[in-house]
Design a protein around this ligand. Structure first.
Ligand SMILES: [Zn+2]
Length: 181
């Protein structure tokens, strides 16, 4: 675990068979971001203020899984693991993910996402809309620091910001019952 950034080849999207796309060994699917935005609006219509929690939880689950696989494949931890998971999100077309800050002593992580497809497809709104990405950054922070780490999207493309900024900070509390998602 040195301080240097680890360069790894970008995985190419390949066809594994009829109706089967792969990114490396993992299966992926392509869908227009508008389809996801439609789904998000549907959940919001039904659930109102509870809706973001479900999208957040899905993003967190993705990040846990991605981080676990990257750790198993590379042995990287800490900021390198965070960079590699962000690289995966970028490769999946989830916008350009950049690690803005990694503060081990505060168990905090900030990620900036440029050109979020979630936001672009959603349109404009008064409050941030990238709940899935927020969950991913929160889940990644929790995986790396092993503490509950709620993530807030502090600025979003839908509000007219130039990019989306996600900030997660670990909470030093007794684990189990503090997980809000
Ligand atoms: Zn956003």
């Amino acid at each position: 675990m040195g301080g240097q950034a680890v360069e790894r080849p970008t995985k190419a999207l390949s066809v594994g068979g009829p109706g089967r796309l792969q990114l490396g060994p993992g299966r992926v699917l392509l869908m227009r971001p508008e389809t996801l935005a439609e789904l998000q609006r549907g959940v919001e219509d039904r659930l109102g203020p509870k809706a973001p929690e479900y999208l957040y939880a899905a993003g967190a689950a993705w990040a846990h899984d991605a981080a676990k696989r990257v750790l198993a494949a590379t042995g990287e931890e800490g900021v390198e693991l965070v960079r590699l998971v962000c690289q995966q999100a970028t490769e999946l077309g989830w916008g350009e993910w950049r690690v803005e800050a990694f503060r081990a002593e505060e168990k905090a992580l900030a990620v900036r996402v440029l050109g979020s497809p979630f936001a672009e497809a959603y349109g404009s709104a008064d409050t941030p809309a990238c709940h899935l990405a927020a969950g991913a950054v929160g889940g990644l922070t929790e995986f790396v620091f092993r503490v509950p780490a709620p993530c807030t999207e502090q600025a979003c493309l839908v509000q007219g910001a130039p990019g989306c900024l996600f900030v997660a900070a670990g909470q030093e509390v007794d684990a189990a019952d503090s997980w809000s998602w």
